[in-house]
Design a protein around this ligand. Structure first.
Ligand SMILES: [Zn+2]
Ligand SMILES: [Zn+2]
Length: 388
């Protein structure tokens, strides 16, 4: 018996211990023409002001089924705290180290993007630089203007772009920097015109959803993100056992490569998925909705249409009857929970309490999808079209 246990232990240690089951995996189907990748582009480690080693960030992301992460430690001020605390030597301080450790740990299981966060007062606030090659240089560029937040950020962003970076405005609604309202300052206009505002956080775990950011992204063609901005281990932030997961940026990419992720970000092919809601542009959310919700088992008779809706995703779908279907009656509100199938029956309005026949061979059943927001307070309209 003892020998068996010993053998078992040897076998277990040689194959490594299998990772624990993820209670609420993020499952979202591909859309037509693109793979749906799950990304978190705002992640901190002990190499700035978080409590977690980069390797753990990689394990957390793989455990949750993500495809891509960016390590975005603060390139400037916050690292100084760690130096002061004696965790790192100022002269050996390499701001690319967290990325290198994470990239090495990830192997081929996860795409890891080299990034860094420029953290300045508002305006212009905090900015993530993605796809960069040297965060030390970004820090040096910004530090030349340490007493001027705008100039410092501008110089850091300029350096990030010289490295071929993609840059974005983080948490524009952070209450510390936007205590009463979320403002697009004239400084943001300048950075936008310079081509630096390629992305914006429509959702950040600490600040929640920003309708202003959503609106600006639509008006100015800025790529939308939902990110965690994690500073603690994820089990501190996310109640996995109660079905939560981290916010993710859905990236609609031609393939699962860094280049394809970059291409998707540059062309705005993303959606922000957080707190069981999806925020984005209609041209992305419509194909996503169509990939998630399938209409099956249609039966169109003289007096009724019945069909099933199947949710192929982990996103709860809330549907509400919308204008355009006044001639028909059906239940006005549906909730299609993750992976659930529901049956819907549509009938012509009763006349004198008697059931009627359809007076047409083609029927539109109109809904709005409340969990798919294509603008602030603007749910996605959905028309299910049936022909006899
Ligand atoms: Zn920040
Ligand atoms: Zn951050």
């Amino acid at each position: 018996m003892r020998k068996t246990i010993f053998t078992l232990l040897v076998v277990l240690s040689s194959i490594g211990i299998a990772s624990a089951t993820t209670p609420n995996k993020i499952v979202i189907p591909d859309i037509e023409g693109y793979k749906t990748l799950k990304g978190d582009f705002h992640i901190h480690t002990v190499f700035s002001d978080a409590s977690v080693w980069p390797t753990t960030r990689v394990q957390e992301a793989i455990w949750e089924g993500l495809d891509v992460i960016a390590i975005t430690d603060h390139v400037d001020s916050r690292l100084q705290k760690q130096i002061k605390n004696g965790l790192f030597d100022a002269d050996k301080c390499d701001r690319n180290r967290s990325f290198k450790i994470a990239k090495n740990a990830a192997g081929k299981q996860l795409l890891v993007i080299h990034g860094g966060e420029i953290s300045r007062g508002m305006p212009p606030g905090h900015w993530n630089c993605l796809f960069v090659s040297d965060c030390n240089k970004i820090c040096t560029a910004a530090e030349q203007f340490d007493d001027d937040d705008f100039k410092a950020a501008q110089a850091g962003l300029k350096e990030a772009h010289a490295q071929g970076g993609f840059t974005m405005w983080n948490h524009p609604n952070w209450e510390k920097q936007a205590p009463n309202e979320t403002i697009w300052w004239k400084e943001h206009e300048k950075l936008y015109k310079a081509g630096y505002m390629q992305g914006i956080e429509v959702y950040n775990k600490f600040c929640g959803y920003s309708p202003e950011a959503h609106k600006w992204a639509l008006e100015r063609n800025i790529t939308m993100f939902a990110n965690s901005d994690c500073h603690t281990p994820f089990f501190y932030m996310i109640d996995y056992l109660n079905g939560q997961h981290r916010p993710v940026t859905l990236v609609f990419a031609k393939e699962r490569t860094e280049e394809a992720v970059r291409d998707a970000l540059e062309h705005g092919r993303t959606a922000a998925y957080a707190e069981e809601m999806v925020y984005g542009r209609e041209d992305m959310l419509r194909p996503l909705f169509e990939a998630c919700v399938k209409v099956e088992n249609v039966k169109f008779t003289d007096k009724q249409i019945s069909f099933t809706l199947v949710n192929k995703s982990c996103i709860p779908i809330r549907l509400r009857k919308a204008a355009g279907s006044e001639k028909y009656y059906y239940v006005r509100n549906y909730e299609l929970r993750p992976f659930e199938t529901i049956k819907i029956t549509v009938r012509p309005l009763l006349v004198d309490n008697k059931s009627q026949k359809f007076d047409t061979d083609s029927v539109d059943v109109n809904f709005i999808a409340e969990t798919f927001q294509i603008g602030p307070d603007t749910p996605l309209p959905v028309v299910l079209h049936f022909n006899k």
